[in-house]
Design a protein around this ligand. Structure first.
Ligand code: NAD
Ligand code: UDP
Length: 312
């Protein structure tokens, strides 16, 4: 039995990771300050004696014994990460320093939840890990993008200077049950709007693309990456390469829900990436992993979840 620390364990992705790692017979400790996460995401795990919750902010040092650390703590939706941009940078950078320092001290393996946002508004399509990205360092998304880029640099340097056993997952747009209904991300926004019969708000003309990954696929990819030999420390894209325009996504959600909602077009936020699609050759080769859940199948599960939580 391993003891596994998950920062951001009460969040959308973190809660699924806690669940899966407990199912696999591990002891799991969630560390979260509940900024965007919620106890309701993990309440069903609380009667498991091998699960523990700690309220803590990762910008402050932390000490515990563990075999592995998944560093997931960071607000992920533009509304949440722009709410307090300085705090977002601190969470990414000081959170990484504190967790890497801990990993160094206790000789734990540590995985960073990085992001496709390190590629910014990419000029290369699809994005391989070798691409350095096109990020505006002073734009509205920079607190998140540059925080994640700095965290990657910290991971690389803690490995090279201090032999910390590091892993970096570049996570692409992920959706599924327990997404926050009001966090402004496109999948949750469109589903909630469709179920409530409200207008579906497309920003821009809807021709921008994203590649959506179901959360179960991501969790499997993260665990496989953590299990790779210590020699694997370079970033690995974890995402679903099936690419859709935002307009196609809206139409698919209207279709599945049978909603009478109309589509409206609103201004595109500044620095909104025009396209995004992972090159997952590395994940296929190194992790023997690829996503299994098609967008329509994942949307049906996610819509069922929102129907229950919104009591519709
Ligand atoms: P989320 O907002 O649901 O989860 C983040 C969790 O971190 C929340 O429980 C929150 O309360 C906690 N947290 C935030 N700041 C903290 C702090 N200072 N100290 C302790 N806890 C803190 O987001 P998510 O979608 O589950 O994302 C999880 C991780 O994956 C994040 O690091 C995010 O950047 C990364 N990621 C997510 C996506 C995606 O599509 N969801 C894509 C790329 C990367
Ligand atoms: N988007 C949209 N309507 C919404 C929410 C988002 O058209 O109600 C667009 C947004 O402008 C972006 C895409 O959907 O082009 C994905 O947005 P999200 O915030 O989910 O993820 P990110 O931009 O961080 O990839």
């Amino acid at each position: 039995m391993k003891r596994i620390l998950i920062t951001g364990g009460a969040g959308f992705i973190g809660s699924h990771l806690c669940e899966q790692l407990l199912d696999e017979g591990n002891e799991v400790i969630s560390v979260d300050n509940y900024f965007t996460g919620a106890k309701s995401n993990i309440i069903h795990l609380l009667d498991n004696p091998y699960f523990e919750l700690i309220r803590h902010d990762v910008t402050m040092p932390f000490f515990i014994e563990a075999d592995e650390i998944y560093n997931m703590a960071c607000p992920a939706s533009p509304i949440h990460y722009q709410y307090n941009a300085i705090k977002t940078i601190k969470t990414s950078v000081m959170g990484a320093i504190n967790m890497l320092g801990l990993a160094k001290r206790i000789k734990a393996k540590i995985l960073q939840a990085s992001s496709s946002e390190v590629y910014g508004d990419p000029k290369i399509h699809p994005q391989p890990e070798t691409y350095w990205g096109n990020v505006n360092p002073i734009g509205p998304r920079s607190c998140y993008d540059e925080g994640k880029r700095c965290a990657e640099s910290l991971f690389v340097n803690y490995h090279e200077q201090n032999n910390v056993r590091t892993k970096i997952a570049r996570i692409f747009n992920t959706y599924g049950p327990r997404m926050h209904p009001n966090d402004g991300r496109v999948v949750s926004n469109f589903i909630v709007q469709a179920l409530n019969g409200q207008d579906i708000t497309i920003y821009g003309d809807g021709s921008q693309t994203r590649s959506f990954q179901y959360v179960d696929d991501l969790v499997n990819g993260l665990i496989k990456l953590m299990e790779t030999p210590d020699s694997i420390t370079e970033p690995v894209n974890i995402g679903n390469p099936d690419e859709f325009s935002i307009k196609e996504l809206a139409e698919m959600i209207i279709d599945i829900t049978g909603s009478k909602s109309k589509i409206t077009f609103e201004p595109l936020p500044a620095d909104d990436p025009t396209q995004r699609k992972p090159d997952i050759i590395k994940a296929k080769e190194m992790l023997n992993w690829e996503p299994k859940i098609k967008l329509e199948e994942g949307l049906i599960k996610t819509i069922d979840y929102f129907k229950k939580t919104l009591s519709l």
